[in-house]
Design a binder for this molecule. Structure first.
Ligand SMILES: Nc1ncnc2c1ncn2[C@@H]1O[C@H](COP(=O)(O)OP(=O)(O)OP(=O)(O)O)[C@@H](O)[C@H]1O
Length: 311
């Protein structure tokens, strides 16, 4: 039995003038998954999201949301998701409660149902104490929470978050992550764009790394890290006269190149188990070392290896 995909994106393409900003992008998102679009500024993440969510017409390609083609069955497809992010969707002069009420009514809820949903969302997003303040007095974090609350009025099964924590302070970012995780626990599927590696690592089940409009890599954060390179070992050789011997010894133990900066040596290990023989060999050769560090690969390494600077 095949399960229905939350999203199927096939060969999506967009040009602005003669510049191809989204170049033949394809991916699928499973129900219940957090899928991240990760890439540097200008890589094409927002444009991709705008096409998927029907805010922008694609030049080529197809998008299906829970099986519904976003062009042929636009209305139905749109009813399946909520969208929040870089699109200011709320009125500055009105309060959080008034904004939620308006959007609830616009979404077809009766006055009574709108009132109830507004109260629920204000509580859920810890906005009840500021519910009647005008939005222009809200902090960035409160604005984001309200924006997210607005997109959840109709309890969509799928939520798009465009850079959900850009510009937020660390504490508010962490709160936002908790909110997103709660949504997933309640059964939502989440697609988010981010340029933050720690955010992608913390939230996403799978990632598509986008650069210059193309998907350059796709996988779980762990898979991506593993592909980019193994564990990094670094240490300093205490005696200048022993550096050459230490380089030779390392080269015999690992397949990759030994990098040297002064008395500091660095190598990539395929697996952590390579560490013990290296340390044993150094001890046997009576080469004293210090400042030993072993670093597991991070998404930073993935990002640096896969993307090529300014887009
Ligand atoms: N309406 C438009 N007209 C012309 N060019 C555009 C338009 N929208 C986006 N672009 C260009 O398309 C490229 C991709 O932009 P996009 O906003 O999709 O990138 P992004 O990956 O979301 O970046 P960021 O992280 O900065 O939001 C950029 O070079 C941008 O300048």
């Amino acid at each position: 039995m095949t399960t229905m995909k939350a999203i199927e994106v096939s060969h999506l393409t967009k040009k602005f003038g003669n510049k191809t900003v989204v170049d033949d992008i394809s991916f699928e998102v499973q129900p219940g998954e957090v899928f991240g679009l990760l890439g540097p500024n200008g890589a094409g993440k927002t444009t991709t999201l705008r096409m998927i969510t029907t805010l922008l017409k694609a030049d080529a390609g197809q998008v299906k949301i829970f099986g519904h083609d976003t062009v042929k069955e636009g209305r139905l497809a749109r009813s399946m998701f909520g969208l929040t992010g870089q699109y200011a969707s709320v009125d500055e002069g009105l309060s959080a409660r008034q904004n939620l009420m308006i959007f609830a009514r616009l979404n077809g809820l009766s006055r009574q149902a709108a009132k109830q949903r507004t109260t629920e969302l204000l509580t859920e997003f810890s906005l009840e104490h500021s519910a009647d303040k005008a939005l222009k007095n809200f902090s960035g974090g409160m604005r984001r929470r309200l924006d997210l609350a607005v997109s959840l009025i109709t309890r969509p099964a799928l939520i798009f978050l465009d850079e959900p924590t850009t510009g937020l302070d660390p504490r508010t970012r962490t709160q936002m992550w908790t909110t997103i995780r709660q949504l997933v626990q309640q059964g939502s599927t989440v697609v988010l764009t981010t340029q933050y590696l720690d955010e992608a690592d913390a939230l996403a089940d799978r990632l598509a790394v986008i650069d210059h409009g193309k998907v350059v890599k796709m996988g779980t954060p762990a898979e991506l890290k593993q592909q980019v390179g193994g564990t990094k070992l670094a240490f300093t050789v205490n005696e200048q006269t022993e550096v050459a011997a230490a380089v030779k010894l390392l080269a015999a133990q690992v397949s990759g190149a030994v990098q040297q900066t002064g008395q500091q040596l660095r190598v990539s290990l395929k697996q952590l188990a390579q560490l013990t023989p290296i340390l044993t060999a150094l001890t046997q050769a009576k080469i004293a070392i210090s400042q030993l560090s072993v670093q597991e690969p991070s998404l930073d390494d993935v990002f640096m290896a896969l993307t090529v600077g300014k887009n």
